[in-house]
Design a protein around this ligand. Sequence first.
Ligand SMILES: [Zn+2]
Length: 187
Amino acid sequence: MKRRTLLKFLAAGPLFGTAWHVRAAPPMTMKGIKEMEDNWKTLLALGTAVPSPAEELKLSKDEWRKRLQPASYSVLREEDTERAGSSPLDREKRPGVFVCAGCGLPLFTSEMKFDSGTGWPSFFTTIPSALKTKTDYKIVYPRTEYHCARCGGHHGHLFDDGPAPTGKRYCNNGVALKFIPKDGKAT
Ligand SMILES: [Zn+2]
């Protein structure tokens, strides 16, 4: 690109309402990540009551089946995986908080989300104490499965190829989440 063309392009940039100038870049240091984790409630819509991980929720299979949509039940209670690209939450970019579709526990904020290109909502860190992990061998080699600390619902798998500085990628099923925008109604 010629210098003059480049300057024109840069000058025109802010006219386009694309994500690159709307969203802040992830923090560059682990100190910044810690601050993001500690201040997650700044993304919670005003007056929203949310449970804590300590308020454990245990229900029978039948009770879960009544409470959840079939697709959410398959993922949360039977560790199924949704089809890549099928969740509108993969493209959700508004400020807000992602909660467990099973029990409402806040798991991630919009600031912790990044576009991994996998077709699943992806996050590079979590709200403190929201998730627990275990190792599964469903596809022969070991993977780190993670689930909601409150209801035990399966959410996805954790990989070590996420963006710096955490290097983590929480690959989450969209049907296992609900999004509460900072201004507005839950989706
Ligand atoms: Zn839950």
